[in-house]
Design a protein around this ligand. Structure first.
Ligand code: PEP
Ligand code: MG
Length: 553
């Protein structure tokens, strides 16, 4: 048995034979007996046919994986209308007298290489799209197809790389999972894999000799076992069986309301850290995004992401949610989340140090870039913005002032901006105690129970030695939650929970009895939480006691 590691795209297990996929040989002949004009007509016909094919793929993807994830096939269609690309092909036909397939292939390679050399990560990622599209035009011109990748029996596909168009065309009933050498967890292919609910590993040192061998892809542990032992195989088969049974039962909850037996409804949203997670949100039927941890964009970058780079990401997220609410949290860098280019000083107590809103209010250049990007994205859907680590009314007013400045600037620049709801994270005891005053400033509170637990219990959340006493069920934490919900409601603020505690099924009843309006959890927890909510009857005797709340303000 051989064990290989990679990066898992989806938690899950796939068991089956491996099929090593080779792309068709891209070498094409430059020779032709036709005139440049005749070759140009062949090229134009091929482009039209590829566009029709892409339009079909778009429709298929729309049904399978939703609008945002299908959009890549529209982008591919647009690439075939790009003037620069078309002019370059025409020029080559006229000046070099080559075949149309040779010109399409050469120009595709050149464009792809120039995208790959750009500094901007988004543009670099477009190199694969250009290669994919020109490959399709060449196939159309040569009458060659990549064929049906998959045979009759279900397989785990092994490939150097898979393009979005290859991925979406795979017959899901024959695809157990895939393992690739290249590909990032943010690539369109990864987004499609997640949305299609296919376990996948990327970044694996693949080997052609695996073809036909049995394998277990273990997405939970980021690895694959090639030629597994009989013991491992049977234990993984058992685990897979349980997973399938549970997933099948959960799928039946899609489209159903998050409502208790006695009719109490609550919003169940999802927490994500980057645009690649949106597929999971859609797949798990979350009602919105309750926490977009924007700092992950900064953590993945080598330098401050520009307004434009952020705008592209926020807009994609908002569009993918197609009108459902997206709550963007402004930068929460510092403490355990460090990016070298911020040059933050070492601190004795970084969790209680220079972080989050404290950085934003002293580095307004960074803050404004981010707020402008979020405001611009608001024109494309339903956007809320919330500020982390708030301890005072003064901070909220200052942050609102910066937001208003950004809004004015954008309006005077003629940018479209939507209605933006404003909120704060309640994750410090100070914010809890000031909840009545803070609620006058904003429209919603989102309880960050991870930090609220750490600051309430004075237990560093990073310190594993204190795990035994780090108890988020502590009555002090639960009373803070209850106090915040009640204060928020007194001032027409809706109140949600976006910390990990929101997904704890043993507390769902408690939170609903407290009157929480929204629970925002990891995408995979959405349907299990819905199941829990639908099993509760708040007219019955409480299974759990709601902790008493100090009525003093
Ligand atoms: C929290 O503190 O509960 C929270 C949601 O934010 P983070 O975990 O990112 O600090
Ligand atoms: Mg927090």
């Amino acid at each position: 048995m051989l064990v290989v590691n990679g990066k898992s795209i989806l938690n899950g297990i796939a068991i089956g034979p491996l099929l090593v996929y080779h792309k068709a040989d891209a070498a094409v002949s430059s020779a032709t007996a036709l005139t440049p004009q005749e070759e140009w007509t062949r090229f134009e016909d091929a482009c039209e046919k590829v566009k029709e094919h892409l339009a079909d793929l778009y429709e298929k993807a729309l049904e399978d994986v939703g609008e945002e994830n299908a959009a890549i096939f529209e982008i591919h269609q647009m690439m075939l209308e790009d003037e620069d690309y078309l002019d370059a092909v025409k020029d080559m036909l006229e000046t070099q007298g080559t075949s149309a397939e040779y010109a399409a292939s050469t120009v595709g390679d050149q464009f792809s290489a120039s995208f790959a050399a750009m500094d901007d990560a988004y543009m670099q990622a477009r190199a694969a799209d250009v290669r994919d599209v020109s490959h399709q035009v060449v196939n159309m011109l040569t009458g060659r197809t990549d064929g049906t990748l998959l045979g009759d029996r279900p397989v785990i596909l092994v490939a150097d790389d898979l393009t979005p168009s290859e991925t979406i065309q795979l017959d899901k009933s024959k695809l157990l999972g895939f393992i690739t050498r290249h590909g990032s967890s943010n690539s369109h292919t990864a987004i499609l894999a997640r949305t299609m609910n296919i376990p996948a590993l990327v970044g694996v040192d693949i080997d052609e000799s695996w073809d036909g061998q049995m394998a277990v892809l273990d997405g939970y542990h980021h690895c694959a076992h090639i030629n597994p032992t009989p013991d491992l195989l049977s234990s993984m088969e058992e685990k897979r069986k349980q997973d399938l049974e549970d997933q099948a039962a959960l799928q039946k909850l899609k489209g159903l309301a998050n409502v208790t037996l006695n009719g109490t409804e609550v919003n169940v949203y999802a927490n994500i850290g980057n645009v690649g997670d949106v597929g999971l949100v859609v797949q798990n039927d979350a009602g919105g995004i309750g926490l977009f941890r924007s700092e992950f964009i900064y953590l993945e970058a080598d330098d401050y992401p520009t307004e434009e780079q952020q705008f592209i990401i926020y807009k994609r997220v908002v569009q993918a949610m197609a009108g459902k609410k997206v709550v963007f949290r402004t930068l929460d860098i510092g403490a355990d989340k460090q990016a070298a280019y911020f040059h933050l000083d070492d601190e004795a107590n970084p969790a209680m140090g220079y972080r989050a809103i404290r950085i934003c209010l002293t580095r307004k250049d960074i803050f404004k870039q981010q707020l402008r990007a979020m405001l611009r994205a608001s024109a494309f859907g339903t956007v809320s913005i919330m500020f982390p680590m708030i301890i005072s009314v003064q901070e909220v007013r200052e942050a609102k002032h910066v937001l208003a400045e950004c809004r004015e600037e954008l309006v005077s620049e003629g940018e479209a901006i939507g209605e933006v709801e404003l909120g704060i994270m309640v994750e410090t005891p100070a914010a809890v105690m000031m909840a009545d005053e803070l609620a006058e400033e904003v429209s919603f509170f989102s309880l960050g129970t991870n930090d609220l637990t750490q600051y309430t219990l004075a237990i560093d959340r990073q310190n594993s030695k204190l795990d035994a006493i780090n108890d988020p069920h502590h009555p002090a934490v639960l009373r803070m939650i209850r106090h915040t919900i009640e204060a928020g409601h007194r001032h027409n603020c809706w109140v949600g929970i976006c910390g990990e505690l929101g997904a704890d099924p043993t507390l769902t009843e408690t939170f609903l009895r407290m009157g929480v309006d929204e629970l925002s959890v990891s995408p995979a927890s959405v349907l299990p939480l819905r199941r829990r909510i639908r099993s509760l009857d708040l007219n019955q005797e409480p299974e759990t006691q709601v902790p008493a709340c100090d009525p003093c303000k």
